[in-house]
Design a protein around this ligand. Structure first.
Ligand code: UDP
Length: 446
């Protein structure tokens, strides 16, 4: 009998591809095989033929593609459109893909399908084909716990059947979990159609025997025990590079960082999806100018054709800063010149910063990012909130004030370093709880 062969399917966004790639690297180290399924569109954009991947390919990783059902010129920043197209078109294509892969590799047929959120249909297809299936949740365990608890939240009158909170109140998903704000539930503020999608997706997830979480029981002790299916295997940090970037990384910022003082630079990035309104963009630019320190700001080309990320005000000087379109984020967070991170609190960015011991200034936009902010500021106490003013804008004075405040707070830095130690040493190394859980999962797949 051959080694386990995983067919892995990320939803086509950077925040799913990255952790699934890290997962792939981790299981390859255990001698398993991986077939990584990207949409044709993403495969082209991410250029998975780069040198960074050669090593992995030699060790048993293969890339295949599947069409997302849209035309090449369709707008992939319209997630509703992408989601509907994927769910309509891909399920019928997967059995044939599995058959073709197995025909090529008859000694090593696919033993297990692993998919991320929105790709739950693949678990159902796997079930029909008699193949094992698991789900990789790429956000925090507490946000999965919230989705898992939807029926109870409705029953308890916290949200209505469309996911809307009935009144603002504190909630506790289980007795050993922190008290959270019901306004921070991960589907708050998104279209109702996404809530009903989540409800359906939770049914698909039942076809996955394990719900692998990119977290640790130290970070979220209560959340990971909410169901026996939760299996914390994080932080998935196999290497210090993101091997499948959707945009070209500008590495000149690393040489620029080399020239800066230790712990002096404010790093600003809002991940791969969030965009700022022009007036908010201006305020941020002016706020960065007000800092008496260097900054490194990622201004991603907008994927939304109707929004541009270039509303620099005339007064913007930017002399102390460096602006790039896309950065090698993990290397940046591990650079000694970085002092703090103005972050949208996406889960990957949160984990990467925690693993580097960098304090946060939290600027969440949507979905699980509000829960993440609450853990960063109130549970782990490794960052501060950037507050909006009465017009809903984070103004330049607030940015300057909070940067000063977070950097003057020795306790925040000390807790960040302690958490880094806990995450990097206690979990990822052989014998740590997450690595034991990963072994348990691989043995199950065998
Ligand atoms: N990232 C990067 N370069 C950048 C900005 C982000 O490589 O300039 C990576 C980052 O390291 C993380 C991912 O993009 O792995 C973003 O995922 P996250 O969950 O933080 O946010 P999302 O993009 O899903 O909102």
């Amino acid at each position: 009998m051959g080694v386990p062969h995983f067919l892995v399917l990320p939803y086509p966004v950077q925040g799913h591809v990255n952790p699934l790639m890290q997962f792939s690297e981790a299981v390859i180290k255990h001698g398993c095989k991986i077939t990584f399924v990207n949409t044709e569109f993403i495969h082209k954009q991410a250029n998975n033929s780069g040198e960074a991947l050669d090593n992995l390919k030699e060790q048993g990783m293969r890339f295949v593609t599947i069409p997302d059902g849209l035309d090449p010129e369709d707008d992939r920043s319209d997630h509703q459109k992408v989601l509907v197209s994927i769910k309509t078109n891909m399920p019928a294509l997967l059995p044939k893909l599995v058959q073709d892969i197995n025909a090529l590799d008859s000694d090593n047929n696919i033993t297990c399908v692993v998919a991320t959120m929105n790709m739950g249909w693949a678990l159902q297809v796997a079930h029909k084909l008699g193949i094992k299936a698991a789900f990789l949740w790429t956000a925090s365990a507490v946000s999965l716990a919230a989705c898992y608890c939807i029926p109870r939240l409705i029953e308890d009158g916290i949200i209505d059947s469309e996911g809307v909170q009935i009144k603002k109140q504190e909630i506790q998903l289980s007795p050993n979990m922190p008290v959270m704000d019901s306004a921070d539930l991960p589907w708050g503020g998104v279209a109702k159609i996404f809530f009903s999608h989540i409800v359906k997706e939770m049914k698909n997830l039942e076809f996955g025997e394990w719900w692998l979480c990119n977290t640790t029981s130290d970070l979220e002790p209560g959340a990971v025990t909410i169901s026996p299916r939760f299996l914390p295997i994080g932080p998935l940090m196999e290497s210090d590079t993101n091997k499948s970037s959707f945009w070209e990384e500008d590495t000149t910022c690393l040489t620029w960082l080399d020239q800066q003082q230790p712990q002096s630079v404010v790093y600003v990035s809002f991940g791969s999806l969030a965009t700022l309104e022009p007036n908010q963009f201006k305020e941020l630019a002016l706020g960065l100018d007000l800092l008496k320190r260097p900054f490194l700001w990622v201004v991603r080309p907008s994927s939304d054709k109707n929004k541009v990320n270039n509303a620099y005000p005339d007064e913007f000087h930017g002399g102390k800063g460096k602006i790039v379109k896309w950065a090698p984020q993990k290397k940046i967070l591990n650079h000694p010149a970085i002092a703090c991170f103005i972050s949208h609190c996406g889960w990957n960015s949160t984990l990467e910063s925690l693993c580097s011991g960098i304090p946060f200034l939290c600027w969440p936009f949507f979905s699980d990012q509000f829960f993440n902010r609450s853990y960063i500021c109130d549970v782990w106490k490794v960052g501060l909130r950037l507050e909006k003013d009465e017009n809903g804008v984070i103004v330049k004075g607030e940015i300057r004030k909070k940067v000063d405040q977070v950097l003057e707070d020795g306790d925040i830095k000390a807790r960040s370093l302690k958490l880094k130690e806990l995450l990097v040493v206690d979990n990822s190394v052989k014998g740590g709880q997450s690595s034991k859980n990963l072994e348990k999962f691989i043995n199950w797949a065998k």
